[in-house]
Design a protein around this ligand. Structure first.
Ligand code: PMV
Length: 341
């Protein structure tokens, strides 16, 4: 038996991916940008194995067997096997590309609660399979076919997913903008408002938004300029500009969700209280020190610089005490999950 085990962290988008132009190949309607967390916090861990005695492909996620007969898993298998066959040639004695695969994966955080679990999961799966089958070169386009945002978790630091323009998706992949060491003071703090499974999955939400949100049409025009400006801000370590674009993009994404018919609301009253908290903290500080962003769920991801962490954590604990406050705000870790991209 040949096995490989890898871990991959989640990534937190500051320019959101929302909407596909090709559902099967997972090609987006706009480019997006995120930071990948460090290896120690929210991450998927996956072991993949092949053996000539395996009779079928199988997968277990968090100890429960899952079907591998989904289009996304099948797309990933097909692409990995195709590249392995191309690399090794049909003469390869082991014929590893025709052996059945067993996958065992676990997340150390709530699955499907809007914490980018599928991004970490598919990035980890594709990376492990690529190692197992000796596939090298660009693999973020394979991860993309599992879950769009997964392509960004293939790389560390700040990462861009270029939407590309080609119909076959060959120019739609992730690219690192800066490694994590470029901006070591940058931290992400995750406030877990709810670890329940989200009511509208991102696939379904995106489909409806593309079908009927007029605001989404407008967004597509706005994103290229935002991508240019936030990339510049990251390279120049200009936190103020970075934070302003991040918050505006999160707000626009959730406005599109509300503009979708029937409307989708991922944020809750607690999420909105966190938004107000961040703006009033920034106002009182006389400068922008914290940026919030929310994915397809109510949980807040705060971007801030290390020097401000202590103060923000104590204020969060003061205004959102974790116990018996009726707000159901849980902070991840002790007392909050802190990680550097
Ligand atoms: O990759 P998916 O299908 O889970 O989509 C994720 C979309 C958002 O998390 C809401 C935004 C993003 O860019 O990560």
């Amino acid at each position: 038996m040949k096995t490989v085990t890898c871990t991959a962290p989640v990534n937190i988008a500051v320019i959101k991916y929302w909407g596909k132009r090709d559902e099967n190949l997972i090609l987006p309607v706009n480019s997006s940008l995120s930071a990948t967390l460090g290896q120690n916090e929210l991450r998927a861990k996956t072991t993949v194995a092949v053996d000539p005695s395996f009779t079928e492909d199988k997968m277990w996620l968090n100890d429960k067997e899952q079907s591998v007969n989904t289009q996304r898993i099948q797309n990933v298998f097909r692409e990995i096997r195709r590249r392995a066959r191309k690399r090794k040639g049909d003469g390869d004695k082991s014929k590893i590309f025709s052996q059945k695969i067993h996958i065992c994966s676990e997340n150390n955080f709530p699955t499907a609660a809007g914490l980018a679990s599928s991004a970490a999961g598919y990035a980890c799966l594709v990376y492990s399979l690529a190692k197992l089958f000796d596939v090298d070169g660009e693999i973020s386009d394979i991860a993309r076919q599992g879950s769009g945002s997964a392509c960004r978790s293939i790389y560390g630091g700040f990462v861009e997913w270029q939407m590309g323009t080609k119909a076959d998706g060959s120019d739609s992949f992730a690219k690192q903008i800066t490694p994590a060491q470029h901006w070591p003071e940058m931290c992400i703090l995750i406030l877990v408002v709810s670890d329940q499974k989200k009511h509208t999955g991102s696939t379904e939400g995106m489909q409806t938004s593309v079908q009927n949100s007029r605001l989404l049409e407008k967004r597509i025009e706005v994103v290229p300029e935002r991508m240019t400006n936030i990339t510049k801000a990251i390279k120049e370590k200009d936190f103020h500009t970075f934070a302003e674009i991040t918050m505006k993009d999160s707000n626009q994404f959730h406005a599109i969700c509300l503009d979708t018919y029937p409307p989708i609301s991922y944020m809750t009253d607690v999420s909105r209280q966190i938004v107000r908290f961040v703006h009033s903290f920034n106002n009182h500080s006389g400068e922008t020190k914290v940026a919030y962003t929310f994915d397809a769920g109510p949980n807040a991801c705060l971007y801030l610089l290390e020097k401000d962490l202590g103060r923000v954590i104590s204020l969060v604990n003061h205004f959102f005490p974790a116990q018996d406050n009726g707000l159901n705000l849980k902070v991840q870790g002790l007392p909050v999950s802190i990680d550097k991209p």
